[in-house]
Design a protein. Structure first.
Length: 107
């Protein structure tokens, strides 16, 4: 966990699906390294009110400077597929706006 990222553990009811909830405040600046962890994240850009999905990563990324305030849900590996109509492997190394996807629970 980075000093600029606050992570909160999920409740027992969500623990099988969610790795953590997280918040990165807008005033957080500097270098932030994001390492591949096998998880997909649901992101909310607070200022823009935009929702996006970030697929699993195959390489680390480095974020420099100032960034928007973000709220996130980090799903356990493979669990985000339950929300999407697209197989997770199609989202690898991508950030996709939810407006570009139809989210529908699989049943």
């Amino acid at each position: 966990m980075s000093a600029m990222l606050l992570e909160v553990a999920p409740s027992a009811a969500l623990r099988d699906w969610v790795e953590c909830f997280w918040h990165r405040p807008a005033e957080a600046a500097g270098t932030h390294r994001v390492l591949p962890d096998g998880c997909a994240d649901l992101l909310v850009d607070v200022a823009r009110g935009e929702l996006s999905i970030v697929g699993t990563m195959t390489a680390p990324i480095v974020l420099e400077g100032r960034h928007p305030e973000l709220l996130g849900v980090r799903f356990r590996p493979g669990r985000a597929a339950a929300l999407l109509r697209t197989p997770l492997h199609e989202l690898t190394d991508l950030r996709v706006e939810v407006a570009d996807r139809t989210l529908q629970p699989r049943g």
